[in-house]
Design a binder for this molecule. Structure first.
Ligand code: GLP
Length: 240
């Protein structure tokens, strides 16, 4: 379940190839995608490989995990903007193939219900990519989120706002809330790979490794998934 790679680049290479193999096996694959700095080398390598292999992505659908509440899609720190800049525009995925929860809509409760329903309606996620927060969150499911949750709005913990605040000009601009796929939505994916890189993830990875399955450590539920792999570079694995 836990795998240690020599570097973040080695993870990116392996994971990119894995996603390509998934699409070759199932051209209409439904992919669950994540944001964060951890995914940048993965998306860069994947975009390069898609071009090298002239891979046909015309039947692929993607669903992102989460989005900040209150940021318009074109805001430079929105996850919508991140996905277009780092992946969708590079591999020419059409807007009709990509879904992100909207944190900038008139009726966010309806948006939550519809997002989980859309994932179900397309047959569920074939593959879910995950990062991890330093407090063990997956998506934006903070500690003590119910394991049976579906897409919902969360109040971000101070820890998460501090971690993600580095991308904003000042503290007042750091969003207080986010919309995220629930833990149940994530667990229903047929296969999950979580990635953690860097020394700042060493403590949470040791906690995850040692934790019982407990809502205090959201990522611990993944230990129950039949097809979960957890990829770490040597720095992230250094306290295990
Ligand atoms: C955010 C995202 C998570 C992501 C986490 C880690 O909080 N909502 O999905 O896993 O950050 O981000 P990074 O990869 O930048 O460490």
């Amino acid at each position: 379940m836990f795998f240690v790679f020599p570097s973040a680049d080695a993870i990116a290479q392996h994971l990119s190839q894995h996603i390509i193999d998934t699409i070759k096996r199932k051209p209409n694959a439904v992919l669950g995608l994540a944001t964060g700095s951890t995914m940048l080398p993965v998306y860069q390598r994947f975009a390069e490989q898609v071009q090298e292999h002239a891979l046909d992505l015309s039947q692929v659908t993607t669903y992102n995990l989460d989005e900040y509440v209150g940021l318009a899609p074109e805001h430079p720190q929105s996850y919508n903007h991140y996905m277009h800049e780092h992946l969708f525009d590079k591999i020419k995925l059409d807007d009709s193939q990509v879904y992100l929860p909207s944190g900038h809509c008139a009726d966010i409760d309806l948006e939550c219900k519809e997002y989980s329903a859309k994932i179900q309606a397309c047959g569920g996620l074939d593959f879910q990519l995950l990062g991890i927060g330093t407090n063990g969150h997956i998506g934006f499911n903070e500690p003590y989120t119910a394991f049976d949750s579906q897409t919902h709005v969360v109040e971000l913990s101070e820890n998460t706002r501090i971690d993600n605040g580095r991308f904003f000009d000042n503290w007042a601009e750091v969003p207080t809330h986010a919309i995220t796929m629930g833990i149940q939505d994530i667990m229903q994916a047929k296969e999950i790979i979580l990635v953690a890189t860097g020394a700042h993830k060493a403590e949470v990875m040791a906690n995850l490794f040692n934790s019982p399955i407990d809502e205090a450590m959201p990522a611990s539920i993944l230990k129950q998934h039949p097809r979960i792999k957890i990829f770490m570079d040597q720095s992230a694995a250094s306290l295990i």
